[in-house]
Write a protein that binds this ligand. Structure first.
Ligand code: IMP
Length: 216
């Protein structure tokens, strides 16, 4: 993360074509009096996510949007990493669901890959979600933060409240999977300043802290 972020004023591009992510970013940025416009609304093309880390992909998306729009731009990239699979599916989390975005299939793929491992043992179902957020200014200044939540993978999947891999992810210290939790419980940013639960909410907390820090 860079030490101090330039002040954010005026308009900012949220480099996503995903309405859910746009809504979350707008809510986060609202207290700063910033007008958030999406890359989709501006008709900006989606760059190819060629990075091998979440951070690199977030930066690719934010840099492309900042350059195309001449405005500061924010982007995120996220996914599930499984310890016994050497961090897979990782940056390929969305792609494991195939063109039909079938996450039941993606979860089955993760489970099958785990069972194929010679060293597979129920105790070795450690996994974590990561969310990387990059904020890039047109002059090249940038701010990068990351959030992570650790847990274990359960099988069969439980709950139908979340999205993606939520039903098989049991966060440490909890007895319900992300798929069994309300959006507020999973993604909410506690008003009392305590640590949020989800990777994305934790990345948001880190971003907010960096934006609120006095200039160096
Ligand atoms: P992105 O849109 O490139 O960041 O892809 C993220 C992918 O990672 C999603 O399609 C999901 O499969 C997975 N993912 C990221 N965050 C979560 C989460 O909070 N719950 C479940 N799956 C997630």
């Amino acid at each position: 993360m860079s030490a101090s972020a330039p002040r954010l004023t005026g308009r900012l591009v949220v480099a996503t074509h995903n309405p859910g992510k746009l809504r979350e970013m707008r809510e986060l940025l609202a207290p700063y009096g910033i007008e958030a416009v999406s890359a989709g609304e501006l008709g900006l093309p989606e760059p190819e996510e060629t990075g091998v880390t979440f951070r690199a992909n977030a930066l690719i998306k934010a840099e492309a949007a900042a350059a195309a729009a001449g405005l500061p731009a924010i982007a995120d990239d996220s996914g599930l990493c499984v310890a016994a699979l050497d961090g897979a599916p990782g940056v390929y989390s969305a792609r494991w669901a195939g063109p039909g975005k079938d996450f039941r299939h993606a979860m089955e793929r993760v489970e099958a890959a785990l069972r194929e491992r010679d060293d597979f043992a129920p105790a070795e179902r450690r996994a974590w979600f990561v969310s990387a957020i990059a904020l890039v200014w047109p002059d090249g200044a940038r701010l990068e933060v990351e959030g992570r939540v650790d847990g274990a993978l359960v099988w069969p999947p439980r709950g139908d409240r979340g999205f993606g891999y939520d039903p098989m992810f049991l966060p440490d210290g909890h007895e319900r999977t992300f798929g069994e939790m309300s959006a507020e419980e999973k993604h909410g940013v506690p008003a009392d300043g305590s640590t949020a639960l989800s990777h994305r909410a934790r990345a948001f907390q880190a971003l907010k802290q960096a934006l609120d820090a006095p200039p160096a």
